[in-house]
Design a protein around this ligand. Structure first.
Ligand code: GLN
Length: 280
């Protein structure tokens, strides 16, 4: 096991930051996490010397990161929509792109509206909506028991009122016929065998949250096909999808009886969310 020069007992925090093996931002995150210090404290205490124990802890964190483990799993959280969300390897790490889905949902959710998040994972989407709109009646489902535990902890952490349900897509939604004003989802949409699955953070994330093990559209299709049975007349369905799936998703929506079918661009200018309004 290798050590990192500069990360040793007796080194100052300032020197440890300078000599650490990652980029500045990641160094700061890991040092802050290991020593339980805020960003500001890292600066004001830059003369403070690392203890033996701290150097050992820090070295272990750097080793994990250099082996590719996502920094969000190492520190156990990631910020989403301004809220710190707990994450574990049971859930996908929330992406900034997905904040677009939350914004679009918030614009369309009526007062006291009923919303459903399908495949909630960490609960990031549902918690962000319910936290912003305490009047909302929010339901979130996932097939993974492990994910639901993480999601429930995030709802509790932020005082967000969310009803959680273990369900394989619509299967456990008994008695929910035509009751939602809005359905949102960031489902697994990566095509089976896509090279990205073997790169970066994705290697460590739950495979079932990333790919449908098929053409990338099968979960999106299931959601679209079932939505009419659960949406009120005029209710919206909004889904995140892959960079090259917007046209296919719009076509599925149009064929499924949706109107106002459209796509919206993410921060990188890529059509990332598509949706429509159900008219029955
Ligand atoms: N946006 C994620 C990625 O490409 C995938 C998330 C998903 O499949 N829902 O890294």
């Amino acid at each position: 096991m290798r050590d990192f020069p500069g990360i040793a007992a007796g080194a100052s925090l300032g020197d440890a930051l300078k000599n650490a093996p990652l980029d500045t931002l990641e160094n700061r995150i890991l040092l802050g996490h290991a020593l339980q210090l805020s960003r500001i404290q890292l600066i004001t205490q830059s003369e403070r010397l690392l203890t033996d124990d701290e150097a050992v802890r820090l070295t272990a964190l750097y080793r994990r990161r250099l082996q590719g483990e996502p920094i969000a799993y190492i520190v156990g959280e990631r910020e989403f929509f301004g809220l710190a969300m707990a994450v574990t390897p049971d859930v996908l790490i929330p992406r900034p792109d997905t904040e677009l889905l939350v914004e679009l949902a918030l614009e369309r959710l009526p007062q006291q509206g009923k919303a459903l998040d399908m495949g909630t994972g960490s609960g990031a989407i549902a918690v962000a909506i319910a936290h912003t709109r305490p009047d909302a009646d929010m339901t979130a489902l996932d097939v993974s028991e492990g994910a639901l535990k993480v999601a429930a902890s995030n709802a509790q952490r932020h005082g967000a009122k969310v009803r959680f349900l273990r369900s394989d897509w619509y299967s456990a939604l008994t008695g929910a016929v035509r009751e939602f004003d809005l359905i949102v989802s960031n489902p697994p949409y990566i095509v089976a065998g896509d090279a990205h699955l073997a790169q970066g953070d994705l290697r460590f994330e739950p495979i079932g949250a990333l790919t449908d093990h098929a053409d990338g559209l099968s979960a999106l299709r299931t959601i679209i096909d079932g939505a009419a049975g659960y949406l009120k007349n005029g209710g919206w369905l909004l889904m995140e999808h892959g960079y090259d799936q917007a046209e296919a998703v719009r076509e599925l929506l149009a064929r499924g009886g949706f109107t106002d079918v459209q796509s919206w661009n993410d921060l990188a200018g890529i059509a990332r969310v598509s949706g429509g309004k159900i008219a029955i």
